[in-house]
Design a protein around this ligand. Structure first.
Ligand code: ZN
Length: 142
């Protein structure tokens, strides 16, 4: 009954369908990546912790659990250092005030991803984001 329609170039239609399927496949993979895999790698794994060091001495380890806090850093080896640190509701941490001359640490702003850090070179203070077990990425500071 519809024999006539088989006269259409079937091969090219099939090729169109294959191309369409390939595009859909790529799009599907992209969706999967951006909504499932990337967020899982970024957020869902485990809570991030900020590790605060003065030279090589660990001063504080702070869970970035979304609790809003503001505190002054206490550096036993150098009580003259005055730095104010804040943790934020968006699971980030920042240096909000510092007595250092360049204020690079303050201008760095909020950090929240593992591997990020805030350095205050004049005060020899560094804030690193890592896991509960280890600061920063693999091989950083052992
Ligand atoms: Zn600074």
């Amino acid at each position: 009954m519809t024999e006539q329609s088989t006269n259409r170039p079937v091969l090219s239609n099939k090729r169109d369908i294959i191309i369409l399927m390939a595009l859909l496949g790529v799009f599907g993979l992209w969706l999967l990546w951006s909504y499932v895999v990337a967020p899982a790698l970024d957020e869902d794994t485990e809570l991030a912790y900020a590790w605060v060091y003065h030279e090589n001495t660990l001063l504080e380890k702070v869970a970035l659990d979304g609790e809003v806090r503001v505190w002054n850093l206490t550096v036993p080896d150098d009580p003259d250092i005055e730095m104010e640190i804040s943790s934020h509701a968006d699971h980030s941490i920042s240096v909000t005030a510092s007595d250092c001359p360049d204020k690079v640490c303050v201008h760095t702003g909020k950090i929240h991803m593992k591997g990020q850090s805030i350095a205050c070179l004049p005060n020899h203070v560094i804030v690193k984001i890592g896991t509960e077990e280890a600061p920063g990425g693999l091989g950083v500071d052992g």
